[in-house]
Write a protein that binds this ligand. Structure first.
Ligand code: E4P
Length: 214
């Protein structure tokens, strides 16, 4: 399962790259607004740092505008994936961008029927927002499971990219159902390393090592 970092923060991207865990990046308008940077300067920097797909999101609401935005974004670098919110006009745009050889990530997805439409439109990735479903008392990972089954039933090549993950269990469950990708905040990725028994075990080994004659 690939790990994408869900951020537009260059320092976070650099850190995770150093750790050897960076398979790609997903940005969104919220992440970009938090950096305070101009996207036309920020996006090329991110794309250059990442050896893998970088999702850059469109904000247009009609297919022509989304296609224009997508073409412009795709020109930034070869690793750009155009992130398009799921809606009728968005899927019209996805079909057209796909026909032009531009990769797409269909985002803000909350139902299996939406995911089916995205695959039929030729999306490269589908992003179900599992944590946001959990927030409204609906099991988000059940949606991811349904999408996995539907895509496998029909051999769709659209990759399942679990998004809006909130904790390490989302990561483990995603791996168990065979998600292709999970996108993670920096904080959740760091949590994956932690275990109190590991800390205690290392501490004991180091203390015992001090007693060894050297
Ligand atoms: C996905 O690509 C989105 O950027 C992201 O996962 C949204 O998650 P949030 O609910 O943490 O904002």
């Amino acid at each position: 399962m690939k790990f994408f970092l869900d951020t537009a923060d260059l320092q976070q991207i650099e850190d995770v790259k150093r750790l050897g865990m960076l398979d790609g990046v997903t940005t969104n308008p919220t992440h970009v607004s938090k950096t305070g940077a101009n996207p036309s300067e920020l996006y090329p920097k991110i794309c250059k740092m990442v050896d893998g797909p970088v999702s850059l999101e469109t904000v247009g609401l009609d297919a022509d505008t989304i296609v224009d935005e997508g073409r412009t974004l795709a020109k930034i670098a070869d690793n750009v994936v155009v992130k398009v919110p799921i809606m009728k006009e968005g899927l019209v745009a996805v079909k057209r961008l796909t026909a032009e050889g531009i990769r797409t990530n269909v985002t803000v997805t909350f139902s299996a029927s939406q995911a089916l439409l995205a695959a039929k439109a030729g999306a490269s990735y589908i992003s179900p927002f599992v944590g946001r479903l959990d927030n409204v008392s609906t099991e988000g990972m059940e949606l991811a499971r349904q999408i996995r089954q539907i895509y496998d039933n029909y051999g769709f090549e659209t990759e399942l990219l679990v998004a809006a993950a909130r904790h390490p269990i989302h990561v483990v469950e995603s791996a168990l159902i065979g998600a292709d990708v999970i996108t993670l905040s920096y904080d959740i990725l760091m949590m994956l390393y932690d275990h109190p028994l590991t800390d205690a075990g290392i501490e004991t080994f180091l203390k015992d090592w001090e007693k060894v004659p050297k």
